[in-house]
Design a protein around this ligand. Structure first.
Ligand code: ZN
Ligand code: FE
Length: 267
């Protein structure tokens, strides 16, 4: 599934920054050493325009993972403010401004930044949710969070399990840039599922420290998620046992994922 055009490392000169939006969203900004840049999931235009003006940047590209307002709400205004910018997003009629529709197998090229991303279909949070992978980075929107996964608004546990399995195949050092700062509360829930998971206990402490210092907890990595994220560990005996304590008929995989997702929704 890894496209030969893709490289594992970020091109020299490309840096990534988080622009906070709303109460806990992150808009990811990829920029070069000149004035070129791209943003991922601009739920709000204001903070992006402010950042670009301060840094003297011209917006060239917009990447969108799913149609929810807190991820696309600023895109139309950004496209007005930067008429040369182009947007890429899911195949979904609920996104009603010009964008190139992308799905599994597509390769999104951002030539001005020398960046190329592979598009992955990861439906479950929404039916058309996509993720972008390339250069050692994954933009996972509201599908894979640090130590959690998105709610199943338009999909099934089976679909979210398939998404987790797909993302688990990425190189373990892949950095995960998700849409929200949920790490601390996700760790607290994950501790209920796996009280004896030491890497998870360490992750909780690290996240606490960062949040107390006013810092962001992202990105994590795929390798770390495999050790601490209960939604990526639905075949691990401690997670299966925790699910079976709630529903004795739970079986490893999608069934366990469904039980712990419902548990988290209710907690
Ligand atoms: Zn969402
Ligand atoms: Fe969101």
């Amino acid at each position: 599934m890894v496209n030969s055009l893709l490289t594992d490392t970020r091109p020299a000169g490309i840096s990534i920054h988080a622009i906070p939006a709303f109460s806990d969203n992150y808009i990811w900004l990829l920029r070069d050493e000149g004035t070129g840049c791209a943003v991922v999931d601009p739920g709000e235009a204001g903070p992006v325009i402010e950042h670009l003006e301060r840094a003297g940047l011209q917006l060239q590209y917009i990447l969108l993972t799913h149609h929810h307002f807190d991820h696309i709400g600023g895109a139309a205004r950004l496209l007005q403010a930067f008429p040369d910018a182009v947007a890429f997003g899911p195949v979904d009629e609920r996104i009603d401004f010009p964008h190139t529709p992308c799905s599994e197998g597509d390769v999104v090229e951002l030539p001005a930044l020398s960046l190329t991303f592979q598009v992955l279909d990861v439906p479950a949070h929404t039916r058309s949710h996509i993720a972008f992978h390339g250069h050692g980075m994954l933009f996972s929107g509201d599908t894979l969070f640090s130590v959690g996964c998105g709610r199943l608004f338009e999909g099934t546990p089976r679909e979210m399990q398939a998404a987790m399995d797909k993302l688990a195949q990425l190189p373990p050092e892949t950095e995960v840039y998700c849409g929200h700062e949920y790490t601390l509360s996700n760790c607290e829930f994950a501790r209920l599922v796996e009280p004896d998971n030491q890497p998870l206990a360490n992750k909780l402490q690290a996240a606490k420290k960062l949040r107390q210092a006013g810092e962001i907890t992202l990105p994590g990595t795929i390798g770390e998620e495999l050790r601490v994220n209960p939604f990526m560990r639905t075949r691990q005996p401690p997670v299966v046992r925790a699910a079976q304590n709630i529903d004795p008929s739970a079986t490893p995989g999608a069934s366990v994922l469904g039980v712990i997702r419902a548990w988290k929704d209710a907690s």
